[in-house]
Design a protein around this ligand. Structure first.
Ligand code: NAD
Ligand code: TDX
Length: 332
């Protein structure tokens, strides 16, 4: 049995990972999470106390990070400021957490010689044209567009430098857009689902032609466990499930699945610098490490996610009004 430290484990993808680890391994998990607006302890409710320990703290706190690294075998680093729209409004927390936070973890990994897996995003590669047959691969040049994605790109480069210069035993994964339970209502899919539940019309940025490559968060988790188990130190792996869809189609599908007319949504002010299309080629992860996704049917995964938001209103309701007031102030 291994002891894992999971940073950001009270966030969307981190909490899905903790649930996945408890269900599929015998690892013990310590979650380190600052419980920012995006963290929610209720996302870890019901997990056995002898398997999961929660520590509230900041990844930029070098002393705390140092003491936690000394107690575990490996670290999976999810903690981040994660929302593009927030990064356009106030970039500073993105620099603090995504850059200084990752630096703090790398220094601890170096001091304690601990295995580190760094979670990143396909957004570091910028965007693709709608009609471009190419998809992102591990050798696509970095070309981030937003304050969020540029800080994630910076954090990836720090990891690569710490591997090469100091021999830190790290791997990196860059994943496409996740959906599933426990995602904050500021994000596209939960925002539209909870809008419909509340009787608010879904809001589509611009024309809605932008394409995202959707993967269920549980498939992201199985990929990360695979890389932890079998990934080669210093390597980057792209994670994706061939789930390209444009935003308009996703909104229409949500409305249909929720029993509303497919055109009952509004077009609102577009995001500044809005990336057009993301698309992942995950051949390396599939062929070298033998990973495959299990949620092949996006419509079924989306229907289950809609049901989760219907069943768990107490989880998301406290954030909903504040998020909608923020968007309304931006014309979105
Ligand atoms: P999230 O915003 O839902 O969760 C982030 C978590 O990190 C929260 O629990 C928050 O409290 C915690 N956190 C933030 N700052 C912290 C700090 N300074 N110290 C300790 N904890 C802190 O984010 P998410 O969508 O779950 O994303 C998790 C990771 O996955 C991020 O690194 C993100 O870049 C990456 N990623 C996300 C997606 C996606 O579709 N959401 C896709 C690819 C990669
Ligand atoms: O109300 C909305 N209407 C809308 O049309 C919102 C909130 C978003 N959108 C659009 C913008 C994007 O094209 O939907 C798409 C998805 O938006 P987000 O959920 O904000 O995700 P995105 O910006 O693509 O980034 C996500 O995937 C990559 C995560 O938030 C990042 O953390 C991850 O790195």
């Amino acid at each position: 049995m291994s002891k894992l430290l999971v940073t950001g484990g009270a966030g969307f993808i981190g909490s899905n990972f903790v649930h996945h680890v408890v269900a599929h391994t015998d690892h013990h998990v310590t979650v380190l999470d600052a419980l920012t607006y995006a963290g929610n302890l209720d996302s870890l409710a019901g997990l056995p106390e002898d398997r999961v320990t929660f520590v509230k703290g900041d990844i930029t706190d070098a002393e705390l990070v140092d003491s936690l690294f000394s107690q575990v075998d490996a670290v999976v680093h999810y903690a981040a400021e994660s929302h593009n729209d927030n990064s356009l409004h106030d970039p500073r927390p993105f620099l603090d957490t995504n850059i200084i936070g990752t630096y703090t973890l790398l220094e601890a990994a170096r001091r304690h010689d601990r295995r580190l897996h760094h979670i990143s995003t396909d957004e570091v590669y910028g965007d693709l044209e709608l009609d471009d047959p190419a998809r992102f691969t591990e050798s696509t040049p970095y070309n981030p567009s937003s304050p969020y994605s540029s800080t994630k790109a910076g954090s990836d480069l720090l990891v690569r430098a710490w591997v090469r210069s100091f021999g830190v035993r790290a791997t990196i994964s860059n994943c496409s857009n996740n959906y599933g339970p426990y995602q904050h209502v500021e994000k596209f899919i939960p925002r539209q689902i909870t809008n419909v539940i509340r009787g608010i019309r879904p809001k589509l940025y611009g024309a809605g032609e932008n394409v995202r490559d959707w993967i269920h968060a549980d498939d992201h988790s199985s990929a990360v466990l695979t890389i932890l188990d079998r990934g080669e130190i210093g390597e980057t792996y792209l994670i994706g499930a061939d789930g390209e869809k444009n935003n308009k189609d996703v909104v229409e599908l949500i409305l249909e699945l929720m029993g509303e007319p497919a055109d009952a949504y509004d077009h609102v002010t577009d995001r500044a610098g809005h990336d057009l299309r993301y698309a992942i080629d995950s051949t390396k992860l599939r062929t070298e490490l033998g990973w495959a996704p299990t949620y092949g049917d996006f419509e079924a995964g989306l229907a289950a996610t809609i049901q989760w938001y219907r069943d768990n209103e107490s989880w998301w309701a406290p954030s909903k009004d504040g998020v909608e007031a923020f968007y309304a102030s931006k014309g979105q």
